[in-house]
Design a protein around this ligand. Structure first.
Ligand SMILES: [Zn+2]
Ligand SMILES: [Zn+2]
Length: 227
């Protein structure tokens, strides 16, 4: 696995460290609560030793391993990272079960080594809201790209991790197994309705954006290509 680049930003309350990893250039995030020095890793795409080392250097304890969905690029490092930071609770939505079950065939399709998903410890159906240190996260079920895709929203700090639902200037594809164009449209409509313009978007691939920018400029949010 290659790390294409690493960057970070911080506010008074939180720090976000991003590693862009692997052949599909997934954004793997470390979200840190600066007050309590607790952290979550979001979509561990590989290079687990590097991620664990960064957590160590930051002096933080990972309490959660969060998954926006279970496509191979987003989970490739899950098993190896779980072994290094066993206290991080594996958290995803149960509607992602079929995608989890298809991980071996995805590995074969992309010519990657076989990987599996660690057992789910927090079920987002039962626990849609939870905290990482003092940071309150809300998971929003946003199917379309996959049935159990979620976004992790931090309303108090105007941040959202959108996985493969919404990118800068684009949206997630729906032609993989379990994808649904009409579900994606509904999920995007929901996001458009609830997110204020100044919410920062941290997608699963590519550059960051702001909701207002996407509302104004994202072609796919305007067209009715799915109906
Ligand atoms: Zn995906
Ligand atoms: Zn992806």
């Amino acid at each position: 696995m290659t790390i294409h680049y690493k960057d970070q930003f911080e506010t008074d309350h939180l720090k976000v460290i991003r590693h862009c990893i692997g052949p599909l250039a997934v954004n793997t995030f470390i979200l840190i609560c600066k007050q309590t020095k607790e952290a979550a890793v979001i979509d561990p795409g590989g290079e687990s030793e590097v991620i664990a080392q960064v957590l160590k250097e930051e002096g933080v304890k990972a309490t959660h391993m969060l998954f926006t969905h279970a496509h191979i690029d987003h989970i490739y490092g899950a098993e190896s990272l779980k072994a290094l930071i066993p206290g991080a609770k594996v958290t995803y939505h149960p509607l992602e079960a079929d995608v989890v079950a298809s991980i071996p065939s995805m590995c074969r399709m992309f010519g990657m080594e076989l990987r599996s998903m660690p057992a789910k410890e927090i079920d987002l159906k039962d626990t849609p809201e939870f905290s990482v240190g003092m940071l309150q996260l809300r998971s929003l079920l946003t199917p379309g790209h996959t049935p159990g895709s979620v976004c992790f929203y931090i309303p108090e700090h105007q941040l959202i991790f959108t996985g493969d639902l919404l990118f800068k200037g684009s949206v997630g594809r729906t032609d993989f197994e379990g994808g649904s164009g009409s579900d994606l449209r509904k999920s995007l409509d929901m996001i458009l309705q609830i997110l204020p313009d100044d919410v920062q978007i941290l997608p699963g691939h590519g550059k960051y954006s702001q909701m207002g920018n996407e509302r104004a400029n994202n072609f796919y949010l305007k067209v009715d290509r799915w109906r």
